[in-house]
Design a protein around this ligand. Structure first.
Ligand SMILES: Nc1ncnc2c1ncn2[C@@H]1O[C@H](COP(=O)(O)OP(=O)(O)O)[C@@H](O)[C@H]1O
Ligand SMILES: [Mg+2]
Length: 361
């Protein structure tokens, strides 16, 4: 197996729908994954991530629509003709075979000559740092090592794309962090287009070039982790990616000025209104509390509020503040000596227009 970067494949998914019986679980998915990208499918449990990944690998019901890898529509090919590598959540290693045999398996099936198999098994085990474990059984390995065997077994066939379905979910927290770095490093080394399925936002954020957020079998938004966090397209993405205050309501124009009026009566002046805004999302760390009477900061709004809850989370203090009938979360990063507000204290709730996102229905 060549460990040199090679030509990477592009994946294009066009209008893909898939049903189990009469239940449609993927609905009109359109997606382009660029050559060499580390791409994640992120969404809550049951959102369709595994089903979409399995459709690319060729498992499960035949979808409607097209799946192109390097321009070739593979949507109706059997799995073994697709040349994609998939690592399952359970690893699915053969318990009675040695590590080396497990890794060699795909090449033996393809009738590769034994001498070449030996060389490629050694290279694959080197790549995942398991050269010294070739003769062990899977049961004699730690969870992280088993995961690496599963990876070696998949990359040895030199797949055009690597598909990983929640590959870290069986590992403890520290090992997950180490393994996600190792997987990313391996992906970069091989320059292998990779799709990583996870329900864990941090895992997707730390690894992905770009990611797709799924909910109820519908693609919600695609972009880099930071873009999606800062500019969520809808209330689902805003609240799934971290914490957000979501104020539902509508825009009201009077003469030249506009304002967003929340259903609970909070009125926020808007200089750059977005048509059909039905909600505003603002992250707790983008709002600031000040003692009442302090001079207003330029270009920001100032609402009178009362602190209803204070939670100390270590690096942050999280306040719940009642503003009229709205309850607003505000995060202050905590440093010793900072002012700490207490429950029932009156405060000014301060934020600027460029710190919130207008969302359409
Ligand atoms: N073999 C199956 N038969 C029927 N329904 C299924 C099957 N596999 C998955 N589903 C349904 O499809 C939906 C998406 O599942 P899945 O892709 O596994 O979600 P995720 O991986 O995001 O947790 C769920 O509602 C699930 O119950
Ligand atoms: Mg799944």
């Amino acid at each position: 197996m060549s460990t040199q970067p090679r030509e990477s494949s592009e994946i294009i998914i066009e209008n893909l729908s898939l049903s189990f019986g009469t239940t449609e679980v993927l609905k009109g998915i359109d997606l382009v994954i660029k050559p060499g990208e580390f791409f994640s499918f992120l969404g809550p449990s049951g959102s369709g991530k595994s089903t979409l990944l399995r459709a690319i690998a060729g498992f499960g019901p035949t979808p409607e629509g097209r799946i192109l890898i390097s321009g070739e529509d593979i949507a109706r090919l059997p799995p073994w003709e697709r040349n994609v590598g998939m690592v399952f959540q359970s690893y699915a290693l053969w318990p009675h075979m040695s590590v080396a045999k497990n890794v060699a398996f795909g090449l033996e099936e393809r009738k590769v000559p034994q001498a070449e198999i030996d060389v490629r098994v050694k290279q694959a085990l080197d790549l995942v740092d398991l050269a010294d474990y070739a003769h062990r059984r899977p049961s004699q390995l730690s969870g992280g090592q088993q995961q690496r065997v599963a990876l070696a077994r998949t990359i040895i066939i030199e797949p055009r794309v690597l598909l990983l379905d929640e590959p870290l979910s069986n590992l403890d927290a520290n090992l997950r962090i180490q393994m996600r770095r190792d997987i990313l490093a391996l992906q970069r080394k091989l320059n292998l287009t990779t799709i990583f399925v996870t329900h864990d936002q941090e895992e997707a954020n730390t690894t992905s070039d770009r990611m797709a957020v799924l909910n109820n079998g519908i693609l919600q938004q695609v972009g880099s982790p930071i873009d999606l966090y800062d500019a969520p397209a809808n209330t689902f993405v805003a609240s799934f990616l971290g914490t957000a205050n979501i104020l539902k309501g509508e825009l009201k124009k009077s003469g030249k000025s506009s304002a967003f009026i929340s259903q609970k009566g909070m009125e926020i002046p808007i200089t750059k209104p977005l048509e059909n805004t039905s909600a505003i999302a603002i992250r707790p760390q983008n709002i600031h509390l000040q003692p009442p009477g302090k001079k207003k900061t330029a270009n920001s709004f100032d609402f009178k509020g009362v602190v209803s809850e204070v939670e100390f989370l270590g690096e942050t203090l999280r306040y719940s503040v009642t503003v009229g009938n709205e309850s607003i979360l505000v995060d202050h990063s905590h440093r010793p000596g900072d002012i700490i507000f207490s429950v029932s204290e009156e405060v000014n709730v301060v934020f600027a227009e460029d710190q919130f996102v207008m969302l359409q229905a």
